[in-house]
Design a protein around this ligand. Structure first.
Ligand SMILES: [Zn+2]
Length: 333
C-alpha cells in the first residue's frame, strides 16, 4: 500500500501494457486506451467516494473528472499528445465519470481548463522535464476551488472560451490516479488511490475494479499510513518479519473488511472482491508474502462481512461498516 507515485505518463509503457492485455482490441490507439482506462477508474472511484461519504471523516468534493497536462509527458511525446487531446491552453479534461457532476454540468473530454473561480490555474514551463509536480499544483488549485462544493471553470473548447459552473458532490477525500505501468499495481498513500493500467486491464468487470479501488480507498479512510507510522512500523526489508509484518497484515484485513461494505453501499457486488482475491491468489500469492496476510484469512474476513451485509439487507437494513480508528496492535484479525 505504500505509494511511490510515479505518474509520469510514458506512452511507450502504456502501449506496452495495452498490447499485453487481452482486454484491449488489437492495435488500439494507446492514447484512446489511456482515456478508456481512466474513465473506468474515475467512474468507479467517484461512485465509491460519494456513496460512502457518511463513513469518511476526511472529505472533499468529487466532481468526477480526471485531468492531465503536457508536463506529465516526455518532451518528445508532447506534440502527439497535444494533437490527440487538443491540449493547448493548460490542463485538459482526460476523462469524466459518466453522470458525475462535471459531466452533468456540461464539461466535455478535451476541454482545456484555464481558471477556476476567477484564478488562473498554475502552468508548467513548456520545456519542463516530464514529472508530476506541476499536476500536483494544478489538482490542488482545482480542489481549493471546489472546497465550497461549487467551482466556476473558465475553459476553452476547441479554442472557444466558455464558462461552466460545476456543483460537485461531497465524497471521501481521495484522488484517483492511473499509472501507465503494465504491472499489477494498486496502492494508497493516504491521499491517492493509484492503479496501474495493467491492474485495470486485469479486471473482468467494473465490480472487480470496484473491489480493488475500494480496498485502496479503505486504506485511506482508515488512515493506515498514518496509523502504521504512529505504531513505529519498520518499512525496510526486515519490516516484513515479526511485529511490523503483523501490523501490515492487520491493516490489510481491516481494508478487506471495510472494502466490501464500501462496494455494497455504492451498488457494486461485494462478491466480486472474493472472485478477484481468488484470481490474484493464484498468480501473486508469493509476491505479497510477509506484509499481506495469507489468502485464506483474507477470504474468510471478506466472506464474514459479506454475510453480515446480506443478512442486514434481508432485514431491510444496512450493515454497520467496521471503522477501526485506534492504535494498531498487530494482533491477528
Ligand atoms: Zn492493501
Amino acid at each position: 500500500m505504500r505509494a511511490g507515485l510515479r505518474m509520469k505518463l510514458t506512452l511507450c509503457a502504456l502501449a506496452l501494457s495495452i498490447g499485453q492485455t487481452a482486454a484491449a482490441p488489437a492495435g488500439a490507439n494507446p492514447l484512446e486506451a489511456l482515456r478508456t482506462l481512466d474513465t473506468r477508474l474515475i467512474a468507479v472511484g467517484t461512485r465509491l467516494a460519494t456513496a460512502n461519504v457518511s463513513l469518511c471523516d476526511q472529505r472533499q468534493h468529487q466532481p468526477g473528472m480526471s485531468i492531465h497536462d503536457l508536463s506529465q509527458y516526455e518532451r518528445g511525446e508532447r506534440p502527439a499528445v497535444a494533437a490527440a487531446f487538443g491540449l493547448a491552453d493548460g490542463p485538459g479534461v482526460l476523462a469524466l465519470a459518466p453522470s458525475g457532476s462535471a459531466e452533468r454540468a456540461g464539461l466535455l473530454p478535451d476541454d482545456n481548463i484555464i481558471a477556476a473561480d476567477g484564478t488562473a490555474l498554475p502552468r508548467a514551463p513548456a520545456d519542463s522535464d516530464a514529472g508530476y509536480a506541476p499536476m500536483e499544483r494544478i489538482v490542488t488549485a482545482l480542489e481549493a476551488a471546489f472546497a465550497d462544493g461549487v467551482a466556476t471553470l473558465d475553459i476553452r473548447r476547441r479554442g472557444q472560451p466558455m464558462t461552466i459552473r460545476v456543483a460537485a458532490e461531497p465524497g471521501c477525500a481521495s484522488r484517483f490516479a492511473l499509472s501507465p505501468s503494465e504491472r499489477l499495481i494498486a496502492r494508497a498513500d493516504g491521499r491517492y488511490v493509484l492503479l496501474s493500467a495493467g491492474m485495470i486491464a486485469f479486471m473482468r468487470d467494473d465490480d472487480e475494479l470496484a473491489a480493488s479501488v475500494a480496498h485502496e480507498l479503505a486504506h485511506n479512510i482508515l488512515r493506515h499510513r498514518a496509523r502504521l507510522n504512529e505504531a513505529g512500523v519498520d518499512r525496510g526489508f526486515l519490516g516484513r518479519l515479526g511485529r511490523s509484518g503483523r501490523l501490515f497484515r492487520q491493516t490489510e484485513l481491516e481494508a478487506d473488511r471495510l472494502a466490501v461494505h464500501l462496494m455494497a453501499r455504492a451498488g457494486y457486488d461485494p462478491e466480486a472482491a472474493v472472485r478477484l482475491a481468488i484470481r490474484q491468489s493464484r498468480g501473486d500469492a508469493r509476491l505479497f508474502a510477509g506484509t499481506h496476510p495469507d489468502w485464506p484469512a483474507r477470504l474468510a474476513a471478506m466472506r464474514e462481512e459479506i454475510a453480515a451485509i446480506l443478512a442486514a439487507r434481508a432485514r431491510g437494513e444496512t450493515a454497520e461498516a467496521p471503522l477501526p480508528r485506534g492504535s494498531l496492535t498487530g494482533t491477528r484479525d
